[in-house]
Design a protein around this ligand. Structure first.
Ligand SMILES: [Zn+2]
Length: 300
């Protein structure tokens, strides 16, 4: 299993679905592509099956988990009440039919909002850090290979299955705008280039749809490179983040305007948040990226 959902309850549903629809054999290995909560907090559910399961991550991810995961998890749980209030406020502006299904969302165990704070707390704080196996290159099976390189975080790994010509890429390559808050913007495009040498037909990112060609991967690579170049120039010229956010618009970024990338991102975001009403404009995401590239520009 590559990545483990954001909540043990969601992972538990998936474990049951695997048993029903794919195999009665237990999940033996869980690979955490990186340390972020929405890829790791479900690990606990695999432990609860009582089967022997090894959790695999890179050394950097293990380190980041012990350094940051508990603090990040506490922060994310602490933010939940305000998030629910904000979403309810947003829901109240929807038409009646949409509103009903929107308001049902937060009560679902596998819904988009982590409303079961105690569940999250136990999963990460007590189990995760101790259970990671430091074996990024030992291979789950000989058929699988891992690639390392700084990108979305310091420790992202990629799982490649040559027989299926499929690669799982976590958030280093996915169908949303990249999240650069913990990222390495200058070296990220090179890491994507290195991964691109693998012979895959199917790319499964941490968010967004299955990708059956390399269009989105290439667009994301080019977007990070273009934005990083612009922010580096702006920083050198003494521009503030706010000034750059006004200047580097969705319409002005070539990488967003090529190969339908901007439209793809908007569509994917709408599909992933079907009950949440009108989505925030793409420029908000670009602005967050500009802020994060500015902060992380010199990380290598
Ligand atoms: Zn992430």
């Amino acid at each position: 299993m590559v990545d483990a959902h954001s909540k043990p309850s969601a992972a538990a549903s998936l474990i049951h679905q695997i048993q029903r629809e794919i195999t009665e054999k237990p999940v033996r290995y869980v690979v955490n592509t990186h340390f972020h909560w929405d890829h790791t907090q479900g690990d606990h559910a695999y432990r609860l099956t009582g089967e022997k399961v090894d959790f695999i991550a890179s050394a950097s991810t293990k380190q980041l988990m012990s350094d940051l995961a508990v603090a990040r998890m506490k922060a994310s749980v602490g933010a939940v009440p305000q998030q629910i209030d904000a979403l309810r406020a947003r829901g109240s502006t929807l038409r009646l039919g949409c509103r009903k299904s929107f308001l049902r969302g937060p009560d679902r165990a596998d819904g988009g909002i982590p409303n079961r704070a105690e569940e999250l707390h136990v999963g990460v704080a007590d189990h995760h850090v101790r259970q990671i196996v430091l074996a990024p290159r030992s291979g789950v099976r000989s058929a699988h290979r891992f690639f390392n390189g700084h990108s979305h975080t310091a420790g992202d790994i990629f799982v490649f299955c040559p027989q299926q010509r499929a690669i799982a890429t976590g958030d280093a390559i996915h169908g949303f705008l990249p999240n650069i808050a913990d990222g390495f913007p200058r070296v990220w495009p090179g890491t994507i280039d290195a991964v691109g040498h693998a012979d895959f037909q199917y790319l499964m990112g941490g968010h967004g749809p299955l990708q059956t060609d390399r269009t989105v991967m290439t667009s994301q690579r080019n977007y990070i490179e273009e934005l990083t170049g612009k922010v580096a120039e702006g920083k050198k010229a003494g521009l503030s983040v706010g000034e750059m956010q006004k200047r580097f618009t969705v319409a002005s970024l070539k990488s967003l305007q090529s190969n339908g990338y901007a439209e793809f991102l908007v569509r994917t975001s709408e599909q992933s948040n079907a009950h949440f009403g009108k989505m925030l404009p793409l420029q908000d995401g670009v602005n967050a990226n500009i802020h994060d590239v500015y902060s992380n520009l010199d990380r290598v």
